[in-house]
Design a protein around this ligand. Structure first.
Ligand SMILES: [Mn+2]
Length: 444
């Protein structure tokens, strides 16, 4: 990969000489952290640039791009090569999403490990970090942002060689433990509010928590408990053992793993928590606060905390809305049509939470819909975990095909998929979902 990093960097520096650059980043944590990393690197090089964060690279978005700038896409665009190839701009892309490229293109230069059969899977923030480190060794001080992006894209289970180096560069401590957060808050509180994982007998149960902590020989210090990240190895071990007994083996293997402790605003923080705050800001419509937060801006930090709180309240009220406002439920599916009552940017998160909870029976397909102006954002999840279940991406694909949409307006994988349709297709979409799932059930 070193060869590709060097080539990409060289070309980028050459082509951007005395030119204006527009950096366009994806709006999730990985996209925001990558954009921050690249912005900082460009600033050091005294390049003229501006940044833009987008939810999705839609046709409108592509058509509104300035013609006189060099475009640098981060954490997106791999699925839009055809459209981008028609632009006159010189284009650079740093991305880790799947890409199909038949031939190399004159105006587009891509750094995407899929193109050179790289075995290690890395997120965009890590790729952006590798490029920025090639620009200047000083950019090592941005490594912690790559870790935040990596945790945001849930890649922490697999610590490969490159990632391990980035962890070292970032001076991140890796601690094995139970993945509940906020892991920086007193342990009893973190356990009480833990919903992912939901720990039977512990979540929401103050008395049991106190007994559990006593059994683990974890005592209060002064008036409150230590936080998860402050536990000694021995304390962590006994806590993990005790909690494993309370959870299903599947849950415990999923929720016991590495905690990444990063230095952020001069304090040791749980990377998962900071990553969640960045994500929340962006999804609530404040990507610029998320960027400033990554840059270490104190004012932004305060605002971000408030937005994060509001985001969590939004999630809770979204769940309540779904509970109270009926959904269309069939044997194999449940369709939640929130219309404009839930933000399109959190509908996927809500669908995921519902799929982990025991609200719906195992294997049921959750179809959650929310308006975004004249479009509808739809998220599909499978309740529980059913390995023999239908492939959700293929399912969405077949529906989109019948709606006559072949463009990149859907995506996902076996257990989670999503798509965007126009509001006129609302009824048709719902009917298709029902028809397909009901019909196929009868067939079986
Ligand atoms: Mn990503």
């Amino acid at each position: 990969m070193i060869k590709q990093i060097k080539e990409f960097n060289k070309l980028f520096l050459e082509k951007t000489e005395d030119k204006k650059i527009l950096v366009i980043g994806h709006f999730d944590t990985d996209g925001i952290t990558s954009t921050t990393i690249i912005s900082q690197a460009l600033r050091k090089l005294e390049k003229q640039f501006s940044t833009k964060i987008v939810k999705q690279l839609t046709e409108e978005e592509i058509n509104s791009l300035p013609e006189d700038k060099i475009l640098l896409f981060i954490d997106l665009a791999s699925g839009n090569i055809n459209k981008l190839s028609k632009l006159k701009n010189i284009i650079f892309i740093i991305d880790h999403h799947e890409i199909k490229l038949k031939k190399s293109l004159e105006n587009i230069h891509i750094f995407n490990p899929h193109l050179f059969n790289e075995k290690e899977s890395l997120c965009s923030a890590e790729l952006a970090y590798l490029i920025s480190k090639e620009m200047s060794e000083e950019n090592k001080n941005l490594a912690h942002l790559a870790i935040l992006g990596m945790v945001g894209d849930v890649m922490e289970k697999n610590i490969n060689k490159t990632r391990n180096q980035i962890i070292k560069d970032a001076d991140v401590q890796v601690k094995k433990g139970i993945l509940i957060y906020p892991s920086t808050r007193p342990l009893d509180k973190a356990l009480e509010y833990s919903s992912r994982p939901f720990i039977p007998g512990i979540t929401g149960n103050k008395e049991n928590i106190i007994d559990l902590l006593k059994d683990c020989n974890i005592d209060k210090i002064g008036r409150s408990y230590k936080s998860l990240i402050d536990l000694s190895d021995q304390e962590m071990k006994s806590l993990v053992t005790a909690l494993m007994l309370k959870m299903s083996s599947e849950d415990s293997s999923k929720h016991i793993g590495n905690l990444f402790l990063v230095k952020f605003f001069n304090k040791i923080e749980d990377a998962r928590e900071i990553s969640a705050i960045i994500n929340a800001c962006s999804r609530m419509g404040y990507p610029e606060i998320a960027l400033l937060l990554c840059l270490g801006n104190r004012e932004a930090r305060k605002k971000a905390e408030r937005i994060y709180l509001k985001y969590r309240q939004n999630i809770i009220s979204g769940l309540k809305y779904i509970e109270n406002n009926g959904s269309i439920e069939g044997r194999e599916y449940v369709i939640i049509n929130a219309k404009d009552q839930i933000k399109d940017t959190i509908i996927g998160t809500l669908a995921s939470i519902l799929s982990f909870s025991s609200t719906y029976k195992q294997g049921k397909i959750i179809v959650a819909m929310a308006y975004n102006e004249d479009k509808i954002k739809i998220s599909l999840r499978m309740a529980g975990k059913n390995p023999n279940s239908r492939n959700l991406k293929e399912f969405v694909e077949s529906i989109m095909y019948e709606l006559g949409r072949s463009e990149k307006e859907y995506g996902g994988h076996r257990h989670a998929a999503g798509c965007t349709i126009s509001i006129e297709d609302e009824k048709k979409f719902i009917d298709l979902v029902k028809r397909k799932l009901e019909f196929e059930t009868i067939k079986v």
